[in-house]
Design a protein around this ligand. Sequence first.
Ligand code: ADP
Ligand code: MG
Ligand code: ZN
Length: 426
Amino acid sequence: TYEWSEDVQSTLKNVFHIESFRPKQLGAINSTLSGQHAIVVMPTGAGKSLCYQLPALVKPGLTVVVSPLISLMEDQVRSLTNRSIPAKLITSSSSKEETSAALNVLKDSKTQVKLIYVTPERFAKSKRFMANLQKCYADGRLQRIAIDEVHCCSQWGHDFRPDYKYLGILSNMFPNVPILGLTATATASVLTDVQKILNIPGCLVIKSTFNRPNLFYKILEKPTSQEECVTILEKLLKGRYKGESGIIYTNSIKDSEDISEGLRKRGLRVGCYHANLDAATRSQVHLKWHDKRYQAIVATVAFGMGIDKSDVRFVIHHTISKSMENYYQESGRAGRDGLRAECVTMYRMQDIFKVSTMVFSSVGSLEHLYGMVKYCLNGTLCRRLLIAEHFDETWGDADCNKMCDVCCHPHSNTKEVNLKPHCKTL
Ligand code: ADP
Ligand code: MG
Ligand code: ZN
């Protein structure tokens, strides 16, 4: 135990109203509270935010949280405020007054505010912010710097953001202030790169497992015509997934419209969701799905944030994701309640080209797509093993428990594996 252990437990229960930590959360909290630089690697939804929100309340001073997405920051500040934890944010869309108030907090030694959320470009583009942050540090009130989605530093990651490279100055500028990076990207090359960019080589890496034992993974051979795709989906929704909730991911707005339309014509209750719909329509679709008035949502990856439905029984990919990271995250929306759920990917070779024309945004993107293709083409190895390997996880003796198509049908068409995915049965 540490001097802060009692405070940590009571804050968990009384402020966050959480009964117990999830795996690795306490380890992460203890190491950052003891002043070490660390990177926390946990799947999306595992509870990374708690690893810096809780320490922020246990020790005096301010925690600066760097986050890439304004909507995420707003969500967090709202939920902290609901728990009576004073927090502020500075973004490009903050008003002058909001920005001033937040900047003053950095200088004010009497402030009640515990966390300030900022976007990464503040560190390069706002002299006033940096001057105030310096003052905060000089007064000994800069408790910790948390960097969310820290893989955005690395060009090898799947979501490189140029503004993140400015964060490399922090460890030199503010010695003795612990940096806590958080990400769901676990590949060794990205983690090493992130440490290099942040100037915290060899820092502690705290990683929880990515295995989701209740998810069944399988690949389906995807037909050439959209009509036949709709037929497969119809069969699944009327048969195997009858009465259950799920998501069908497509890779374009047009596909999501065509497929939802096609399924509706065949008497299914499905919604369509993509970025071109206005906010009101989107939240209505989301709500109808949440209330089970829609069985499924046919969506682009724009449907992702704020999904808090725990009984999603199936996630079907009508087109492969652009990387295993994306696939893991999208398919991972299934089975949050811990009960069995299925992650189905419809694969055909033409889709590689369709997706590859969209992925030239960052250096490693074709390589990332290749990882996804390898997962689909594989016909002999456990899909769960491939996911584990992708996240640099040692598989050891952990067992699939026949929770993937390959382990389920180990002897089907082993000769044609490269072309004929397993599990043709719907
Ligand atoms: P991540 O950033 O890893 O994707 P979040 O920090 O957004 O995940 O947390 C996801 C959800 O899990 C939140 O609703 C959070 O309140 C909840 N949560 C976090 N830790 C725990 C815990 N130990 N027990 C129960 N719920 C938790
Ligand atoms: Mg998060
Ligand atoms: Zn398996």
